[in-house]
Design a protein around this ligand. Sequence first.
Ligand code: F3S
Length: 402
Amino acid sequence: MHLTKEEERILEGEEGWTKKKAMEILVAIGDINHASELIPIKSAHVSGVSYKTIGEAFEFVNSLEGTVKVESTLNPIGMDIEKWDEMGISIDFAIKQEKVLAAYKKLGISAECTCVPYLIGNAPDKGEHLAWAESSAVLYANSVLGARTNMEGAPSALAAALIGKTPSYGLHQPENREPEIRVCVKCNLADADYSALGFLIGNLVGDKIPLIELFSSSSVSSPSKDELKHLSAAIGATGSVGMYHIKGITPEAGVEAGAEETESKLSEEKIEIEKNDIEEFYIENNEPDVIAVGCPHCSSCELTRIYELLKAEGKRRKVRRDFFIFTARAIEQSVQTQRIVEKIENFGVKVICDTCFVVSPAFENYDCVLTNSGKMLRYVPLLCGGANARLCNTKECVKEAF
Ligand code: F3S
């Protein structure tokens, strides 16, 4: 990979140990992937910040000096920074988690801990280069916002934040963003159907970028931003692809470059998804003992909708099962959402910030989780003390709570 004189100097250690280490990581990744150069990025998003996942490895972050060069945000940590005690988090874990957070804050990274940075001010424009490390956000940024990021790991996103650049390969280059496989959806979809669809697509396409052709008729509306958020999260959970195309949604879904060649490639491989493929996800296997929504973190719209559903289903009753909603603190505290959150909590539902069901140790004592999230469907059985997860649309999740 070609380096400028300034980049060479950093690699030689002339700007200190931290930047030298960061540059070594970027050069190693760039060389493996045959990148020609480093390119400037608009922002970075760093994952792996829950003490549950990073453990004592955070001491490495603690040893770093200086500050990040671009706007940088963090993924959820292992607890709500204000309500960790209420969550049953041990003092030992809380102290360690605070140290992890302090290590990142010292580097100038924003302590808003969320997987939806694009909903709280870190929203890139079309064509901007990023180094993001949360798969759901990577898919959303590439596919819905038209920004350009590879699926970074925690070390490479942090290294890119410290240098302000990333190696130019993969999804940073237009020729690698073209669809490779057609997925034809032959039914109407709504709400958690997009989680099921994403789960299926991720499994079926592996690392091939899909062109998703949604069933269209005058009575079917295109997916909402929240549905696309769930689709992105589920594809990222089961597949290893960093973007998808949907005509009319993905900014470059016209597939300008090499359109003819792409079309012929696409016609060779085609996956069809029918209604029964989606319905298979809603099997009522186990009785849920907890309900969890907000994976990825809930938007203001979703919180408002959940409140409306609680009002309609619950009248004035309190929920009879544990019910957790996860969101970003900036969303919880926004003017339009604050009152809604209070009203939601009046039903006995807990709204939790900074963390989520999967990355916190507080939710490992349940047997079966009811959720509208395809990403939870994938990760709860792996990372949450052996619990099962059951998919349900948002309305059913609320109904089951009473
Ligand atoms: Fe976000 Fe946690 Fe889901 S990080 S995407 S809420 S697993």
